[in-house]
Design a protein around this ligand. Structure first.
Ligand SMILES: N[C@@H](CCC(=O)N[C@@H](CS)C(=O)NCC(=O)O)C(=O)O
Length: 330
C-alpha cells in the first residue's frame, strides 16, 4: 500500500514539472529537427541551423528566455523522431511532420498547429518522359519509412488500380543516392521536400521533374508531448505570434518603432499593455522578442523558402487567400 502511495506521489510530481520549468532550469530548448531539409531545418556552411522549423525553435526560445539562440538541435530521421519526443530526449519536435489522427492519439503527441500546409508529390527523371503520376504503373519508388508517405502511396496506387515496388530506405542521404543513381523510377515525399531536395541535393536539378499530382493533405506542424498543457500553450502561441505579427504588419525591422504605436492590438502584442505573457507563464515581452529576433512568419518564409523557389500558396495569411490564421492574442 505504502509503495503505491509513493509511486503515485513520484508520478504526480513528475507530471507537475512542466517542460517549461525543465527547459528553464537547464537553460536551453532541445529541439528535434530533420537531418537536413533545406528551407526547413539544415545547418548552413558555418554549421548554424536554418529553416522555418528552426525558426519555430528559435521563437520558443525567444519567448521563454528572451534569447532565440538558446536552442540545441537534435537531428532526427523519420523513424527516430517520435521516440525522441516521447522519451523526453527533445522538448519539442519541429520537423516537417504531418498532423494525423493516429499520431495525435496513439503516439501521445499534441500538434500545436500548422507551420506549412503541404501535400505529397512525386519526382521523376525528366528523361523518363513521365508527365503524370498516372503513368507510374509498375514503377519502383524510393521513399523513407515511418512516414505518411508510405501509407498515401499505397492508397493512391490501390485507388488507381496500379502497382508499384517500394524501395524503403531510412537515411535521407541514402534514399536520395538511390534515386539519383537511377535505382528508382520515382522519389516520393511531401511536395516541399521535393522542391527543397531537388534544389539543394540533385547533382543536376534541371534533370528532374516534379509531377503535377498532389495525392494527400500534409499539414506539417510542431508537436509536443501529451499531458503538459502549459508547455503546449507556450509553443502554440509562439507559432501564432509569428502569424499575428505578419497580420499586424510587425517585422524584425519595424517592431521597435511600431511598439510605440497607439494601436491597442500592437500594444498588447508588444507587451506595452496587458499581461498576455504572464498568462502564458513567460515575460510580457515574449512576442516582441520573437519578432525582434526571429521575425514574422512571412519573413521566415521569404528568408528560408523563397530562395529555393517556393510559392506562398496555401501558406498565405487567411486574409490574403491562404490558410494561415492565428486566434486572437488577447
Ligand atoms: N510529412 C511526412 C514525411 C516527412 C519526412 O520525414 N520526409 C522526409 C523526406 S522530405 C524527411 O524529412 N527526411 C529527412 C530526414 O530523414 O532527416 C511525415 O510526417 O511522415
Amino acid at each position: 500500500m505504502k509503495k503505491c502511495v509513493l509511486l503515485f506521489f513520484i508520478a504526480s510530481s513528475a507530471a507537475a514539472q512542466s517542460t517549461l520549468d525543465s527547459v528553464r532550469s537547464k537553460g536551453y530548448l532541445q529541439c528535434g529537427v530533420s537531418t537536413g531539409i533545406a528551407g526547413f531545418s539544415q545547418p548552413d556552411s558555418r554549421g548554424v541551423w536554418r529553416g522555418i522549423d528552426v525558426d519555430l525553435c528559435r521563437a520558443v526560445a525567444a519567448a521563454v528566455f528572451g534569447d532565440a539562440t538558446k536552442v540545441r538541435y537534435t537531428p532526427l530521421t523519420t523513424q527516430q523522431r517520435f521516440t525522441a519526443l516521447q522519451s523526453g530526449e527533445v522538448d519539442l519536435l519541429a520537423r516537417n511532420t504531418t498532423w494525423t489522427l493516429s499520431r495525435d492519439t496513439s503516439l501521445g503527441l499534441n500538434f500545436v498547429g500548422v507551420n506549412y500546409y503541404d501535400g505529397q508529390g512525386f519526382m521523376v527523371p525528366k528523361k523518363a518522359n513521365v508527365r503524370s503520376a498516372k503513368q507510374l504503373n509498375g514503377a519502383t519508388i524510393c521513399l523513407q519509412p515511418g512516414t505518411t508517405t508510405e501509407l498515401n502511396l499505397a492508397d493512391y496506387f490501390r485507388a488507381n488500380n496500379m502497382k508499384f515496388k517500394p524501395v524503403v530506405i531510412e537515411k535521407l542521404e541514402e534514399v536520395l543516392n538511390a534515386y539519383f543513381a537511377g535505382r528508382c523510377d520515382a522519389f516520393t515525399t511531401d511536395h516541399s521536400g521535393l522542391v527543397a531536395l531537388r534544389a539543394s541535393r540533385a547533382p543536376k536539378p534541371d534533370e528532374h521533374l516534379i509531377l503535377p499530382e498532389i495525392i494527400s493533405k500534409e499539414p506539417l506542424g510542431p508537436a509536443v508531448r501529451h499531458g503538459d498543457d502549459r508547455w503546449f500553450d507556450v509553443v502554440k502561441w509562439s507559432l501564432f505570434a509569428m502569424l499575428e505579427a505578419e497580420e499586424l504588419g510587425l517585422s524584425s525591422g519595424n517592431i521597435d518603432a511600431q511598439a510605440k504605436s497607439p494601436n491597442p492590438a500592437i500594444q498588447r502584442f508588444a507587451g506595452a499593455s496587458g499581461d498576455l505573457g504572464t498568462l502564458l507563464g513567460v515575460d510580457n515581452k515574449w512576442a516582441y522578442q520573437i519578432v525582434k529576433q526571429v521575425g514574422n512568419y512571412g519573413e521566415s518564409f521569404d528568408a528560408n523558402l523563397k530562395p529555393l523557389g517556393f510559392e506562398r500558396g496555401l501558406n498565405r495569411l487567411w486574409n490574403q487567400g491562404g490558410l494561415m490564421y492565428a486566434p486572437p492574442l488577447r
